[in-house]
Ligand binder design. Structure first.
Ligand code: PMP
Length: 394
């Protein structure tokens, strides 16, 4: 039977970027002990108190079809959290609960683009972005944010891409996966201006909003006149270590939220009630729980800086947030793929080649800070020694 062209081409024509990860998983299956610093999954599990709330809700009968935009209580809690963090008036009418951030990325692009429209996004980028755009029939166009600019996108380049009349949306992600960079106020002001000048939707992926190491998270929805053209993607995955629960949200203008609810009615039909009740319990636990979940990454960011001090073979990109650090390994003369493959073979350490997130991260590797502190520091030390040995071989 024929498969639709859209699905056949959803991954594009290039490498899907997961080759090294798959090879490392195969080695593990074959019994090799690998230190995995690849995917963005916490080394703690969902807190037992959240699971108790989930269990109590399910036992209490919240196992039928749940209300599609989300329960009033959860939408109110998400709206209150956003309003208190950003100062932007936000009510339940702005919020739709989604099965995780990924489905919110899909829904927001479907809402912003007609078939053949262009969706702008920044390279390097989270792995699924181009496929999400293709999946809704859009055309993904990447704008490079380069190491020379500390991976902050350049506004003139964004404006040039946005001046294409087919461009309808711009997707940004700060704190950023894969770079760990947080966009500056100037960058965000420039992005907001481009969206207003060229009538773009801004899709703001803020799934790492609780993981900002210096200063506070700034949501571009809070910038002047941006609330009317911004759709914020949020998620409990990273902030509350609830990756497997599949619960997140979209915060959008009220009229857009109505359309998104129609879409959910015709696609996923909402999020299970007991998951929503667990998410409500987790949000009600307040900032203390969020800080506790983020703490290991803040600590390991500092451990990385300490481990890299006193040498200049491996340089760190300014690490300001999220669960990752991006390391510049260009001094070794190896490509990111060659470095990562050799590190896997010789040191049994798996990291992601920068290029698996886009060409702008060539010569870099992404390290997920997702193992315990002692093993993590040991891995960074071995990685640095490996890089030094490559230089002395030159
Ligand atoms: N956006 C970014 C930048 C991510 O890194 C991830 C997950 N790694 C997601 C969205 C999707 O997360 P989820 O669907 O678990 O909420």
């Amino acid at each position: 039977m024929q498969v639709s062209n859209r699905l056949n081409t959803i991954n594009g024509t290039g490498d899907d970027g997961w080759g090294l990860f798959n090879r490392s998983r195969k080695m593990i299956a074959d019994g090799v002990k690998i230190t995995e610093l690849t995917i963005g999954e916490h080394d703690i599990r969902t807190d037992a108190s959240i699971l108790d709330a989930m269990h109590a809700s399910a036992k209490g009968g919240h196992t039928g079809y749940a209300t599609i935009p989300g329960t009033n209580a959860l939408r109110d809690a998400v709206a209150a959290r956003i309003q208190s963090r950003t100062g932007v008036p936000t009510t339940r009418a702005n919020i739709m609960i989604t099965p995780g951030g990924q489905s919110a990325l899909y829904a927001t692009h479907l809402a912003a683009l007609d078939h053949g429209d262009t969706a702008l996004f920044i390279d390097p980028h989270y792995a699924t972005y181009p496929g999400t755009v293709r999946g809704v029939g859009g055309v993904p166009v990447a704008i490079a944010a380069t190491p020379e600019n500390d991976f902050q996108p350049q506004i003139a380049e964004l404006a040039a891409a946005a001046s294409d009349p087919r461009a309808k949306s711009l997707l940004i992600n700060t704190p950023n996966n894969p770079t760990g960079v947080v966009y500056s106020r100037d960058t965000l002001d420039g992005i907001a201006q481009v969206c207003k000048d060229h009538d773009l939707w801004l899709i703001s992926d803020e799934v790492y909003d609780t993981q900002v190491w210096d200063g506070d998270h700034l949501s571009p929805r809070a910038l002047p006149d941006m609330a009317a053209r911004t759709m914020v993607v949020g998620s409990m995955s990273k902030s509350h270590a609830m990756t497997g629960s599949r619960v997140g949200w979209i915060c959008a203008p009220e009229d857009m939220t109505e359309h998104l609810i129609n879409l959910a009615t015709n696609t996923n039909y909402g999020v299970p009630g007991f998951i929503q009740d667990a998410a409500l319990f987790a949000l009600n636990a307040g900032e203390a729980l969020e800080t506790q979940v983020a703490a290991p990454f803040r600590r390991r960011r500092d451990l990385t800086l300490a481990a890299l001090a006193g040498q200049n073979v491996v340089q760190i990109v300014p690490a300001q947030g999220a669960m990752y650090v991006m390391l510049d390994i260009r001094a070794t003369g190896l490509s990111s793929w060659d470095f990562a493959n050799a590190l896997l073979d010789q040191e049994h350490i798996a990291v992601m080649p920068g290029e698996s997130f886009g060409a702008a991260a060539s010569g870099h590797i992404r390290v997920a800070m997702t193992i315990d502190d002692a093993a993590y520091v040991d891995a960074i030390n071995r990685l640095v020694n490996f890089a030094k040995s490559r230089i002395s071989e030159k």
